[in-house]
Structure formats: C-alpha cells, structure tokens
Design a protein around this ligand. Structure first.
Ligand code: KIV
Length: 266
C-alpha cells in the first residue's frame, strides 16, 4: 500500500484528480477510513474540541490533546496523509513556541500540520517549510477566529473581505504551503482562489470547484440529529443507527436474551 505524500497532493491538482479528505481522531475510525483505499488525507482537526470534548468551539484544545489524537490516528492510518491541526495558542505566542509545537506534532506521527490564518502567519509558515515540515493553510471562515468574526458565518460576501481572503491564500502559497483549506465562502470565491493558486485547495462549504473536499467525519455519519449545515451531507443517520443497536443490546440483556448459547464458553 503506497503512502500518500504532499507531492501526490500537488500532482493530483495538476492531473485534475479531486482530493477527498475527512477528519478522524482515533485508531478505530482511522482504520476504517484508511481501508477505503482512496481517501487522500486524514485531518486530526481541532474540531476534536467539539466532537470529542463536547465544547462549543475549538479554542480549548491543547497541543498535548492534539498530539494524543495524532498518535491514535497514526496507529490506524497507514496510507492516508495525516495532517495535524495546530490548536489555538500553539503558534500565536512566538515563532519559537510554534516551531516547537509543530515538531511535537510531527514527532507524534503527523505528516504535515495545518494552521489557520493569512498573510500574518506567512513568516511562520516559511520557517516550518524551511525545516521540512509540510504546512496546510486554512482561510475563509477560520474557526479559531470565531470571536473576532462574531460566530461561524459565511465569509467573503463583501468585496474587501473577498479580496483579503484571496490575498491571504496567495500569501500562503508564496510562503510554501502544500495545500489550503477554504472554509465557508461563496462558491465563486472558492473557484477564483482555486484558479489563481497552484497548490490544491480543499473546500469545506466553499462550493464545487475547489480541488478537493473535507468534512468532519461525525457530521457525514449523521451523529448529530439536529445538525443542519448547508455544506454538510449526512451519508447515514448514525445517531439513530447506533442508538438502536444500544437499545437492542440493553433490552436483550434485561430480557435474558443476551448472552445466547453462541456467546458463552463451554
Ligand atoms: O478542525 C477541523 O476539523 C477543521 C476542518 C477543516 C474540518 O479544521
């Protein structure tokens, strides 16, 4: 099984092949994702703050928590490129601390790191790239800026913001990123960025014309009954399916139907 690299990402853009990525946070799901044999990348996203820790945003995630989940995913994913999100606060204080934390994530098993932000973090990205650490950028609705943005909302509708996001993407490309996530922007902006830069764009709520797509695993599995985000597609109603299995197990235990003869040792 050939391991996907950042070079494959760039080549796939050149060849017009779409890139498919998902998030994962543990060994068991990483194994399932990898076994599909076609997934290009697994992001150990700081969305773990919400879907694993149950917080209302990603801001509480620590570098230790990120590294822990990278280690878990690494055990299960042998093929897909593993990208580790750098949590809020792990690269904002100083460049040295950011470099140390990026190295920690790579030593924990990540093949690359992802950082949110634009022009302002370009010098930091240049440094990481110069040390051989592949970096994925993230522009548009960057969740770590949710307090500044006034919540999770579509960005790039007005001309100045649109221009800023485009310029940010160009700065990140110049700084040496191998790919850029574009989150929650109008489709026309996702398309324009994708056409203007040479590295692959990975969209999440950025329309149909980006070079690839990423979604949060638990969202596509339908684990949140009341989740209603336009850019998310639920491929199964996981909440109902898992709940039904648990209910059946509980009922069978209570009714003495489980364990049955085939579940016991002579
Ligand atoms: O943390 C995350 O999961 C992300 C995404 C791009 C889905 O940043």
């Amino acid at each position: 099984m050939k391991k996907i690299t950042v070079i494959d990402f760039k080549n796939k853009k050149k060849q017009g092949e779409k890139l498919a990525l998902l998030t994962a946070y543990d060994y068991t799901f990483a194994r399932i994702l990898d076994s599909v044999g076609k997934l290009d990348g697994i992001l150990v996203g700081d969305s773990l703050g919400m879907v694993i820790k149950g917080e209302s945003d990603t801001l509480s995630v620590s570098i230790e928590e990120a590294a822990y989940h990278v280690k878990c995913v690494k055990k299960g994913a042998k093929r897909s490129l593993i990208i580790a999100d750098m949590p809020f606060g792990s690269y904002q204080v100083s460049q040295d601390e950011g470099i140390r934390n990026a190295i920690y994530l790579i030593k924990s098993g990540a093949d690359a790191v992802k950082v949110e932000g634009g022009e302002e973090i370009a010098p930091f990205i240049e440094k990481l790239v110069s040390f051989g650490i592949p970096v994925m950028g993230h522009v548009g609705m960057t969740p770590q800026y949710k307090n500044a943005f006034g919540g999770y909302r579509l960005r790039g509708r007005d001309e100045p913001t649109r221009e800023k996001i485009l310029n940010d993407a160009i700065s990140l490309e110049d700084a040496g990123v191998f790919s850029i996530v574009i989150e929650m922007v109008p489709e026309s902006l996702g398309k324009e960025i994708t056409e203007r830069i040479s590295v692959p764009t990975i969209g999440i709520g950025a329309g149909r014309y980006t070079d690839g797509q990423i979604l949060v695993l638990y969202d596509i599995l339908g684990l949140y009954k009341d989740l209603n985000i336009r850019f998310v597609k639920k491929y199964i109603e996981g909440y109902d399916i898992f709940k039904q299995a648990v209910e059946q197990y509980v009922n069978e235990v209570k009714e003495g139907k489980f364990p049955a003869e085939e579940n016991v040792y002579d």
